[in-house]
Design a protein around this ligand. Structure first.
Ligand code: CUA
Length: 160
């Protein structure tokens, strides 16, 4: 089969550009510790209030015996509950989120805390926050008219 010389050059050029872009995406994901949530745990969104983990009284921050912290939150139109969570810096933090209604996404800008919150599933994010400060927890999946106002507060405190 005859392939024109310029055609061949363009095949090489476009292959190289593709390889560079895929490589950059991979590098960015590894460098920023971005990875897909791998926890597959189902939950009935309609009866969250009756579940063990996501009943209203059991939401919030719990310190585990190994010093790590577990944060249990419910995403519901329009907020993440509890509305304010406080975690220590430089500590392993496990977020567990469940949606009460529709698809939401949670993201704390400036950190790698981000995941979709799919109804029917428990979303888990394992991370640690090196920089103390206040971060908004924003919803980044369109979930209705109040989507813009759907946010809560994450406070990262200096660990004594
Ligand atoms: Cu929740 Cu947008």
């Amino acid at each position: 089969m005859h392939v024109d010389r310029y055609e061949k050059i363009w095949i090489y050029v476009s292959s190289i550009v593709t390889a560079v872009m895929v490589g950059l995406l991979g590098f960015y994901a590894v460098a920023n510790n971005i990875h897909p949530p791998s926890n597959v745990e189902t939950i009935d969104s309609a009866s969250l209030h009756l579940s063990e983990d996501f009943a209203e009284d059991n939401l919030g921050v719990v310190e585990n015996s190994d010093g790590s912290v577990t944060v249990t939150m419910v995403a519901a139109r329009y907020g993440f509950y509890p509305r304010r969570v406080e975690v220590p810096a430089n500590t392993p933090v496990k977020f567990r989120l469940a949606s009460f209604d529709v698809l939401h996404g949670v993201h704390a800008p400036g950190t790698n805390m981000a995941t979709m919150v799919v109804p029917g599933y428990v979303s888990e994010v394992n991370t640690r926050f090196p920089a103390p400060g206040e971060y908004p927890l924003l919803c980044n999946e369109y979930c209705g008219l109040g989507h813009d106002q759907m946010w809560s507060r994450l406070v990262v405190t200096v660990r004594e």
